[in-house]
Design a protein around this ligand. Sequence first.
Ligand code: FAD
Ligand code: UDP
Length: 373
Amino acid sequence: MYDYLIVGAGLAGAVFARCMTEKGKRCLVLEKRDHIAGNVYSEQIEGIEVHRYGPHVFHTDNEKVWEFVNRFAVFNHFVYSPVANYKGELYNLPFNMNTFHALWGVNTPEEAEKIIRRQREDSGIHNPENLEEQAIFLAGRDIYEKLIKGYTEKQWGKPCKKLPAFIIRRLPLRFTYDNNYFDHPHQGIPVGGYTRMVEKMLEGIEVKTGVDYRKSRKEYEKLAEKILYTGPIDEYFDYCFGKLEYRSLRFETEILETENYQGVAGINYTDAETPYTRIIEHKHFEFGTRKNDVGHAERTGKTVITREYPVSWKRGDEPYYPVNDKRNMELYEKYKKESLKDQRIIFAGRLGKYQYYDMDKAIASVLELAEGM
Ligand code: FAD
Ligand code: UDP
């Protein structure tokens, strides 16, 4: 009846469904949540587009991906420039001349580089082997202590010494007065929200929400020749080799009777004591229609904020972040090998591939997959 059964209506599933439909294939998309769009889902609350599963800023250096998403949405000119709050001291992120000026009172790149170089030399680290060493090697001890250690240990629930170095390499360190969190040439938020963008990708394609494939496998697997699975790969195989580790999150969303709560989309709380990692004020993402002082279209006297609490993952929780350390990657390889035994099933997306994909990487990998089919 169908050429492809697609499990998961997140970005990976939706992009694959779109591409294969355009190749003349019949697709059925199953989604266990009661809505499409996966973790990029956004919804209107008090007239503000709220990112339900954490703040999502689209950014890419991949022209194909940029061209693709622009078919389904117009992007605004939002630039993510979060602020860090360390025990009441405020610093610009990512680490740049504004941060260095606030930390050390330096004004020039040369002065800042000198301080970081000295701190690196004092540490005696030459070949960083874990996140702590990598962070001190890249940015020096002050930045590590105030802006990285507390945040990272809350986020991942482990000491920085026990975390892989690559996690921190995601963050830019630059010697210019530039608070743009991302280095990519394209960045923005889809006007009208991510959900509407994914809705457009899925236009004309059959989608069933509220269906967990694992519970209805017998009914659905016979309906299609091939299956694209974007849920967790270990769950698909009933954890036969053991559980992969994930990190989960708890979001606490609140409507406040104030126009502008924190003046910026994101504030990271980088100390160890504050139990949440960040507060998001959603209206600031809707930049580009500056009719008032916060860049939001209308004054409503209200705002919506979300506090993000990292929590350890257990079965049944949302698996937000794969923990790509050595043990988990070895375990993932076993599942991957197992998956290759069945020609009918293809794994994709953040959970299917157990990869720390940003949106653009999740899309790029599915575009490539679809091209080859
Ligand atoms: P998902 O969005 O997780 O979609 C998978 C879908 O499959 C889900 O809807 C799930 O319900 C469904 N599913 C699973 N199992 C089953 C089943 N058995 N039956 C039916 N359906 C099932 N990326 C950026 O580029 N910029 C950002 O700013 C950014 N911020 C992020 C913030 C947070 C807090 C998190 C967690 C991620 C962030 N990302 C960001 C990454 C981004 O969310 C992912 O790249 C993207 O969502 C991946 O899409 P996906 O389709 O692979 O996964
Ligand atoms: N990080 C940090 N301090 C911050 C922000 C990030 O130490 O204020 C670290 C943290 O370990 C995080 C990593 O940098 O996991 C990558 O940050 P990013 O913002 O890319 O995280 P994500 O997009 O995965 O939420």
